[in-house]
Ligand binder design. Structure first.
Ligand SMILES: [Zn+2]
Length: 190
């Protein structure tokens, strides 16, 4: 799937999670950090891909990208597995409290927003023809549905004209269904 589709699915997942499990409090810094973190989380799994947009944000990203390509040697392995998710989970658990100022930002909410972005990426990729190496280093690939012919081709017209608008329609429908909860959440922003 393209980065754009992953971003959209991650955001829809974040809004869904925030509605089902509304945080007790929310401030403006946390809201923005959560949205940006969610977006970055959705892009991390494809970090092993040459065209990853995250590298455009970093000076000298092209060079880092070349090194990483050699390191990962093959697209969709470690970063698309439960092991990868576990490593990201543990790294963020260590990194975020050192990176963010707890006095301004709710580190826990930002942490879960990134994890939601990452996990939504893995789930979405299970619907593509390539499948998901969830149990890497085992060679088994998970696909939904199990029959490959019914799965998506990345950047195909189905992805652009059905999946992406589908996510937008879902989001509008969900927001409309949960207006009261979401407005209450937005009202408590300070
Ligand atoms: Zn991917």
């Amino acid at each position: 799937m393209t980065a754009r589709t992953h971003d959209a699915i991650a955001f829809a997942s974040l809004v869904t999670a925030a509605t089902l499990y509304p945080p007790a409090s929310l401030n403006l810094y946390t809201l923005f950090a959560a949205i940006i973190g969610n977006n970055i989380g959705a892009l991390i799994p494809d970090i092993d891909q040459a065209s990853n947009r995250l590298w455009d944000l970093v000076p000298g990203g092209d060079r880092i990208d070349k090194v990483l390509s050699r390191l990962f040697y093959k697209h969709r392995t470690l970063t698309h597995s439960l092991l990868g998710l576990f490593l990201i989970f543990k790294s963020l658990e260590w990194l975020l409290p050192r990176l963010l100022n707890e006095a301004f930002v709710n580190v826990d909410l930002v942490f879960w927003s990134i994890i939601i972005g990452y996990a939504s990426h893995l789930v979405a990729d299970a619907f593509t023809k390539e499948g998901l190496p969830l149990l890497f280093p085992l060679k088994i690939k998970i696909g939904l549905p199990p029959i490959k012919a019914f799965r998506l081709t990345t950047d195909s017209w189905v992805e652009r004209l059905v999946v992406l608008p589908g996510v937008a329609i879902y989001l509008f429908w969900f927001i409309n269904q949960n207006k009261a909860t979401l407005l209450a959440l937005l009202h408590q922003i300070r």
